[in-house]
Design a protein around this ligand. Structure first.
Ligand SMILES: *[C@@H]1O[C@H](CO)[C@@H](O)[C@H](O)[C@H]1NC(C)=O
Ligand SMILES: *[C@@H]1O[C@H](CO)[C@@H](O)[C@H](O)[C@H]1NC(C)=O
Ligand SMILES: *[C@@H]1O[C@H](CO)[C@@H](O)[C@H](O)[C@H]1NC(C)=O
Ligand SMILES: *[C@@H]1O[C@H](CO)[C@@H](O)[C@H](O)[C@H]1NC(C)=O
Ligand SMILES: *[C@@H]1O[C@H](CO)[C@@H](O)[C@H](O)[C@H]1NC(C)=O
Length: 448
């Protein structure tokens, strides 16, 4: 490694200022034998694009000039490069489009390291570290077909967001924008969108923390119901999104508003409970769309789920073989995702929205954890930059939850016992009949 860093230092001295630098590394491909452009087309390529990256900043980050080994306890990207079997550095002017490559974009080393370690790569990948500007040329092109940035806006800036893998469009030809990591916020202001408080943007907002998948065995309905739940969200999942709602001024009560979220699970999820292998959710991307009718408020009118696959595990009773979902919900409007006029809707855990699965024996359902939805008229923080839900919220749990009622009833019972006791004590009469001094004194006759 030391030799390599020295070579980098030498290369640095020779580098012309106009060139873009790239560092390549791999455990199983001899990266010095081929150019970055050739490598990009290969399998399991990870491109790390760092703003203003050059070999000087790389050497600095790698403590190339430090002789103190303690200084070299470095970050994950540098450590990965150090640990790799082959490394090379070269000049690149631009990288060709590579559909299969994973791209991470970051504006500083800390961000890069964070996103890189979140990927949890196995050793057989090829890494390419470049200046983000190298990708810019191709990025605009690549982005153009999956994200609808304004083409004149030559600096689309979802820098902060990890590029999630395709799909770039959802069923029904909906184009998707990168949302980044969960929790899901639609639209993701600050990522692909700029918030304008003047109301020239759509004024709806969706937030949810986690999705939980429910697999319910139809055969068991009526007996003791058998179901498994798989909570997602433990890993850094990513999402892409689209939304369709009106500006506040154009609000149209006959037009439904729609949120579409393509959710990507980055690792395998197991069933909740004692038997985690009962069934699993493999890494995949599925698309959920929620359509709300606007009436006296709004209510869930339709929900669709596409591409969700559940892998059968040890519990063949519930899930005899793999199942998937592509279609709309069985009874969406019966699921209480609704708020009345002027309110937004919030829920700690919604009821399950069930879908028919490819396997006729099961229903597959979605539960949203900590969800909040507003159809129109969102507010902003004081600086006018971050949109917020308004404060008038219809919660799915009424003002008094069953817990509050238990407390209230117990309190009333105890208070009435206390009251009863107090009144009983209060009604005890003392012998005051002969206490009046004007009346005849009590005379007790007695004889010895
Ligand atoms: C979402 O998932 C994370 C990770 O499992 C968990 O810490 C968090 O409590 C979950 N949120 C809700 C509302 O369930
Ligand atoms: C409201 O939406 C409906 C359905 O999309 C559409 O037919 C109608 O023209 C819209 N009205 C206005 C005023 O935009
Ligand atoms: C939602 O609105 C559409 C027409 O705009 C209507 O056909 C549909 O029945 C409505 N759904 C619900 C649940 O109200
Ligand atoms: C829900 O949306 C899907 C896809 O757009 C459509 O095929 C289906 O008919 C809709 N269902 C209802 C009840 O509107
Ligand atoms: C779900 O399946 C049942 C029975 O197979 C069918 O009657 C129903 O129309 C399906 N619902 C949807 C929304 O596809």
């Amino acid at each position: 490694m030391r030799m390599f860093l020295l070579a980098v230092a030498v290369a640095l001295a020779l580098t012309r200022a106009t060139c873009e630098d790239a560092v390549l590394w791999s455990n199983n491909v001899d990266v010095s034998a081929s150019s970055a452009s050739e490598l990009v087309a290969g399998e399991s390529v990870v491109i790390l694009a760092l703003d203003d990256f050059n070999l000087a900043s790389f050497s600095k980050a790698a403590h190339a000039y430090s002789s103190n080994p303690a200084d070299q306890q470095d970050s994950s990207v540098i450590a990965a490069i150090r640990a790799a079997k082959y490394h090379a550095s070269e000049d690149v002017s631009s990288l060709p489009e590579a559909a299969s490559a994973t791209v991470i974009k970051a504006s500083n080393w800390d961000q890069l390291n964070e996103q890189f370690s979140a990927l949890n790569l196995k050793s057989g990948y090829t890494g390419i570290l470049v200046d983000a500007a190298t990708l810019e040329l191709t990025r605009v092109k690549r982005v153009a077909d999956d994200v609808d940035f304004d083409p004149n806006d030559e600096a689309p800036k979802p820098k902060k967001l990890a590029a999630s893998p395709s799909p770039s469009s959802a069923p029904g030809g909906v184009t998707l924008k990168n949302g980044g990591d969960t929790p899901v916020i639609v639209p993701r202001w600050g990522g692909g969108e700029d918030f304008k408080i003047d109301g020239s943007a759509g004024s709806c907002l969706l937030y949810f923390e986690n999705i939980t998948i429910v697999v319910l065995s139809k055969k068991s309905i009526g007996g003791s119901q058998k179901a498994h739940i798989v909570p997602l969200g433990l890993n850094k999942d990513t999402y892409q999104y689209n939304y369709d709602c009106e500006k506040k001024a154009d609000f149209n009560v006959s037009k439904p508003f729609v949120f579409t979220v393509a959710y990507t699970t980055t690792a395998e999820y197991k069933a909740h409970g004692e038997k985690p292998d009962s069934l699993t959710i493999a890494p995949q991307t599925f698309t959920v769309s929620l359509t709300f009718n606007v009436t006296d408020g709004f209510l869930l009118a339709n929900a669709t789920l596409n591409g969700l696959k559940v892998t059968a595990g040890t519990d063949k009773d519930v899930l005899p073989s793999d199942a998937s979902v592509d279609g709309s919900a069985i009874h969406p409007s019966a699921v209480p995702l609704r708020a009345y006029y002027g309110h937004n809707f919030a829920c700690g855990r919604t009821q399950a929205i069930f879908f028919n699965a490819t396997l006729s024996d099961v229903y597959i359902g979605l539960v949203f954890d900590n969800i909040q939805i507003q159809g129109s008229g969102i507010k902003a923080t004081k600086d006018g930059e971050t949109p917020q839900f308004t404060r008038i919220t219809a919660d799915c749990v009424g003002t008094f939850s069953s817990g509050s009622w238990m407390g209230i009833i117990v309190a009333i019972t105890l208070a009435s016992v206390l009251m009863f006791g107090f009144l009983m004590l209060n009604s005890v009469q003392t012998m005051d009949r002969f206490d009046d001094p004007k009346q005849k004194q009590i005379v007790i006759n007695f004889k010895e």
